[in-house]
Design a protein around this ligand. Structure first.
Ligand code: AMP
Length: 416
């Protein structure tokens, strides 16, 4: 972690009055830690790796210095042709839209001077091509659509001064390697590069080094400052749906976001909940973009109470005051666990991240705990107590527990 003193106002950080005034209007009374620790360095032009809990204000941390940089530059030279000066890459369409919305909101008083365009797939490219004409100051993009627009000459990347990888570990993961490499090859050598995320697995950090020049590193992830409570419930195999329905009815959450691992599991679970009297909508990559947007808007506005989603909803989405996230299936990646539950407990609000684990999940949940450096007490839901041979105690050392009858095969597995 770096050691720049933590000023208490946005003005102290060196931001110009127009931006400070706007942040006051948005009721950002003071900078969050990631903002205080990064903005001064970013204004100086440093490359930076920024890590902080989900929902801790990273978007403003990287976008405010970009806005200031644009304001302080010679305006007539900044936009021309189909060029872009500052490029923010994100992994999902919804995040592109959300980040662009926030950037436009922060630059509201500069709206005649700063042009921000969101480009992402799943919708017609024509309006995006039109918007890019004449050049843009800031483009927030998903990699695939950006490359499509490059190949149709709708955008040129050779004037990029700042590159931001939001959800950087995801952007640097295998799924994006090819597209990201193509984009990087089109960017000028000299630029400011910023990587932001709530999680930085080690191999990603080393992979990122070649992108950065003498970077400042700010890592502020901390369980202590998190306002998110995590709980894990052990359940019998085959009873997750019953337990989930029970919890939803018992707690009467205003909204609940439920994660599963596959697109068809979304529909399947929605049908099963429906039989138990719970209406749920689904959000996954097989839905058309129109439907995705409608469902997400409906959930954000509170019209939809229960949303079942795949990991396309795990990263970055800011759903105001979301009371609970439930892992019906555990995510494969420990980093995704943090991102999923991080949809709740944002911006200092109290939140809840619940996981339902059955016999098959015990080991993987331990891996998730270990990698993310926490340990939770296993709880049970009253009325749905776990059968002895399915409980975690089954995995306890021999001396702690007598070998249960007729389970020799499973015991062997544990000892392998
Ligand atoms: P982010 O992590 O960028 O998605 O931000 C999470 C939430 O915190 C968003 O709803 C932001 O509007 C809000 N936020 C960001 N910075 C501040 C701040 N300094 N004060 C209050 N809210 C903030």
């Amino acid at each position: 972690m770096t050691d720049k003193t933590s000023p208490t106002t946005f003005a102290d950080l060196g931001l110009i009055p127009t931006l400070v005034e706007r942040l006051e209007e948005l009721e950002y009374s003071q900078p969050t830690p990631i903002q205080s620790h990064t903005i001064p360095y970013l204004l100086e032009g440093c490359d930076l790796v920024g890590g902080a809990n989900t929902g801790s204000g990273k978007t403003a941390a990287f976008s405010l210095p970009i806005l200031q940089k644009i304001c302080q530059q010679d305006k007539p030279n900044s936009r021309r042709g189909n060029t872009v000066s500052h490029l923010i890459l994100v992994p999902t369409r919804e995040l592109a839209s959300q980040v662009a919305y926030n950037v436009k909101s922060y630059s509201y008083h500069l709206r005649n001077e700063i042009k921000t365009v969101a480009v992402f797939g799943g919708v017609s490219a024509n309006p995006q091509m039109l918007a890019l004409r004449g050049g843009s100051d800031i483009v927030v993009a998903t990699p695939g659509r950006l490359l499509d627009l490059v190949s149709s000459n709708a955008i040129k990347l050779d004037q990029v001064q700042t590159l931001v990888l939001d959800e950087a570990d995801r952007m640097l993961s295998l799924g994006f390697t090819e597209e990201l490499n193509k984009i990087l090859a089109l960017l000028p050598e000299k630029k400011q590069t910023l990587l932001f995320s709530a999680t930085f697995p080690e191999k990603v950090t080393s992979l990122a080094q070649h992108l950065l020049s003498d970077p400042v590193e700010v890592q502020l992830q901390s369980a202590e400052t998190s306002t998110l409570v995590q709980r894990v419930f052990s359940v019998n195999k085959g009873q997750k749906t019953a337990v989930l329905a029970h919890l939803i009815k018992q707690h009467q959450w205003r909204q609940a976001l439920i994660f599963v691992n596959a697109k068809n599991s979304c529909n399947h679970l929605a049908q099963k909940l429906s039989k138990r009297g719970i209406t749920a909508e689904v959000f996954h990559g097989d839905k058309g973009q129109g439907a995705r947007t409608r469902v997400l808007e409906g959930f954000k506005s509170g019209d939809i109470q229960v949303l079942i989603a795949t990991d396309i909803a795990a990263r970055g989405l800011d759903i105001e005051k979301l009371p609970v996230v439930i892992n019906f299936d555990l995510p494969r990646s420990p980093a995704d666990y943090m991102h999923r539950i991080g949809r709740s407990g944002r911006a200092g609000e109290v939140g809840l991240g619940l996981s339902l684990i059955d016999y098959d999940d015990y080991h993987h949940f331990k891996v998730i705990e270990k990698k993310n450096k926490f340990r939770l007490e296993r709880e049970q839901v009253a009325g749905f107590e776990v059968d002895d041979d399915q409980s975690e105690a089954y995995f306890a050392p021999m001396k702690a527990r007598a070998k249960p009858a007729g389970t020799g095969k499973k015991k062997k597995k544990r000892n392998q």
